[in-house]
Write a protein that binds this ligand. Structure first.
Ligand code: SAM
Length: 285
């Protein structure tokens, strides 16, 4: 990159409350040559809020690779550029990863303008351990793939953080209770920074029951956080059960695999049987 080359600023925008625009975000977007945005119509409304007149160009998962040369050229000419997404921090369950990687590989300067991010906002108020956490993004929409992904997280000791669509939240909570353990503590954060912001906490079974009983909890934008596995809890047992069953199930009939797993682990028959059934169901048809 020539000296005097421009910078791509990766700019976080509000996740609901428009007062969360940072002063620096506004001035960087105003001064930029072009703002690249996931959905230009949606972003125009956001920018109008602060009377930002900078030209907008689309950048989404289908065209981000093609946009690379255009951005490199503008940066080489000394123009500063900005990348935003529909809400929150770009690249976090949003487009931009391929672009940033390509620009950095070509020696371009990419600089963050930090701000709102739903997972961080949710974690900061959930009261679950935050010293270690695993952001898992969106779980797969199909039940089999979702359950398989959850199986892989059973023994993870870190707090688990998911984004979830409102129409899938009930199913997801039920699967989490089933696979990670009914008694795990969890927190559902909904509509953060907006009028109907709510935090629900309880065990996974309690949360599933509360969400089932109240349609309002199946609306809006959601972050689901689940406490990690502990050595003494049911989920750790489930992890051990899974490891043993993973070896036995491909070789034996379900009831035989469960019986042998019972002898090997000393875990309760009921837990092993339930686990074995879930694992069988998670296998592709
Ligand atoms: N880039 C965004 C960020 O920094 O959080 C995330 C974009 S992702 C496409 C959208 C998902 O983020 C939503 O489906 C929801 O799970 C979560 N989300 C975004 N805004 C939220 C809010 N105000 N309250 C709760 N969850 C939110």
């Amino acid at each position: 990159m020539p000296s005097g080359a421009g910078v791509l600023y990766v700019v976080a925008t509000p996740i609901g409350n428009l007062a969360d625009w940072s002063a620096r975000a506004v001035s960087v977007l105003r001064a930029a040559h072009t703002v690249y945005a996931e959905d230009t119509r949606h972003s125009q409304t956001l920018l109008n809020h602060h009377d930002i007149r900078t030209p907008l160009r689309s950048l989404h998962e289908h065209n981000e690779q093609q946009r690379v040369s255009e951005l490199v050229e503008l940066l080489q000419q000394g123009h500063d550029l900005a990348l935003i997404s529909d809400a929150g921090t770009p690249l976090i369950s949003d487009p931009g990863f391929k672009l940033v990687r390509a620009l950095r590989a070509q020696g371009c300067r990419v600089s963050p303008l930090p701000g709102p991010c739903a997972l961080i906002a949710a974690l900061s108020c959930a009261g679950l351990p935050t010293d270690r956490f695993s952001f898992e993004g969106f779980l797969p929409a199909k039940a089999g793939a979702r359950r398989e992904r959850l199986q892989a997280l059973v023994a993870d000791p870190r707090t688990l953080v998911f984004y979830e669509a409102p129409h899938r939240i009930l199913e997801t909570l039920q699967d989490c209770a089933d696979i990670l353990g009914a008694e795990r503590d969890a927190v559902l954060a909904r509509e953060l920074t907006k009028t109907f912001e709510t935090f629900l906490d309880g065990t996974l079974t309690e949360l599933a029951a509360r969400v089932a009983a109240d349609d309002n909890q199946q609306r809006g934008e959601i972050v689901l956080m689940i406490s990690g596995a502990t050595v003494s809890d049911e989920s750790a047992d489930a992890g051990e059960a899974e490891r043993v069953l993973q070896l036995l199930l491909p070789e034996l009939a379900l009831s035989r695999a469960v019986a042998i797993a019972e002898q090997l682990t000393g875990l309760p028959h009921k837990l092993l049987y339930k686990k074995a059934l879930a694992m069988k169901n998670a296998l592709p048809d």
